[in-house]
Design a protein around this ligand. Sequence first.
Ligand SMILES: Cc1cc2nc3c(=O)[nH]c(=O)nc-3n(C[C@H](O)[C@H](O)[C@H](O)COP(=O)(O)O)c2cc1C
Length: 488
Amino acid sequence: MTGPPYPIPLEPLPGFWMVLGQGVSLEEACEDHLVLTYGVGKRTRLTYRMTSLSDLLMELCSGISLARLATQHEALDVCGQIALRELLGALNQRRLLALAWPDTEHPALRISTAAGWPDCQRRHLPGDVCIQLSALAAVHRIDDEMVLDYPPRGLRLGLLDPLITGWLLSFCSPGLLADHIGEAVACGRSESDVRCLIEMLVAWGILAPTPANRDDDREILALWECHALHFYTESHSGYNWGQLGTVPGASTRRPSPPLNRPRPSLARISLPVPQTNVDSGILAALSERRSVRYFAADRPVPLAVLSTFFQATVAIQGTDSIEFPGTGEGQSMDIAYGPSPSAGACHALEIHLCVGGGQVLPPGIYHYDAIAHQLCKIATAEVSDALRQGAAGSMGHHQPPPLAIVITAHFERVFWKYRGIAMANVLRDVGALYQTLYLGAQALGLRGCAIGNVDVAAFERINGMPFWREGAVGMFAFGYPAPSTGEC
Ligand SMILES: Cc1cc2nc3c(=O)[nH]c(=O)nc-3n(C[C@H](O)[C@H](O)[C@H](O)COP(=O)(O)O)c2cc1C
């Protein structure tokens, strides 16, 4: 089992322990591997090359303090360090690891991540700093356990001790660090463990100094509303905690609802026979449009066709500026017009083209500048392959589409203007854009398929900025249709 170098905490944080996640167990097997059991009967071999590594991994069963893990990691040679980080990273990527605080026998908190451990560097805080719980943290119950979720970092804190839960919730009102530490010490916790916990919660953003530092990231995150953030992360791969995709009737014994909802008690007005003599390419394209999931592998899309497709479907056609009177100096907004409607003319969706082998453009990911009508390469062929492979999986097969568009939202543009409906408007824009892409492709002899899921964390790594500044919101696979599938 190998994985990308997922960040793992190797800092000697007092009070923090690394443990196997809930329902995960590790057994020693013969030769050079351990057997990991998790989920509903899932088993995986964990292959190691050094006995010292297997001993260290077995310690995860009862928990290993981060202080000891850091020391043991330092004591390994470079190959051992890489192997350990790879193994822990692979476990972490499958969400099989957690941090326990402040001990493993009766932990008060079990901290897990849906995305990869954020920065675990301690930053000293003076005792007179005032801190408060982030407005983006949400406490809710899952089965019998209360949890605190903080989606910007993909963190979930299992709240296992009522006293510490109450103490954590007391951060709802701003209070001095020294006072908070004193209260936790009065609950029987060690001062150094509590200080370290608070410093980490501040580093991760779950607790924030008040008034907040006015750095750019915090200001943009402050534009998000709690409901939008939780909805966004829970409905995309990468930061979500539950199941995604088709789970027919999972939560009910009821049959699937009918397609039509007749209203038998109401009078009906029969509509005239629709006109068939309207000469319109759009009407024809609307009636012929279908999703196509298999594409010709040996028919590259010429650059001129790609250019026409982008010009027709996503290029900005004009710009303007609107003023917001009475909102203070400089409160104006640049807006745009294009082939798809966009709520508030925000046009906050960005287009990224994933190109596979055998196309005119070299494989990789390209950002499309919708104003200049130009492309620039932002990522390698391997990354493009991974995203196109994900699209193939969503289309129910293994053959990646030759081309795919990843749609991201520049959230700040929409959230700057709207409250409450901002995320809904982003997704409405995506829906409108999907149809424009379908029709544009149809008109050019291309075919495509909207994709219902995209890995937010994967695109975040490509884009080099947190999802809450610019995050993936959709995908569209396209190319020339495969001649044999009979899909169109
Ligand atoms: C928002 C949205 C998400 C979709 N996601 C997927 C997907 O992940 N995989 C897939 O094969 N088709 C996907 N589709 C295509 C639908 O399955 C398709 O539109 C539907 O089956 C109707 O077929 P038609 O488009 O040929 O009329 C999606 C369509 C929309 C609008």
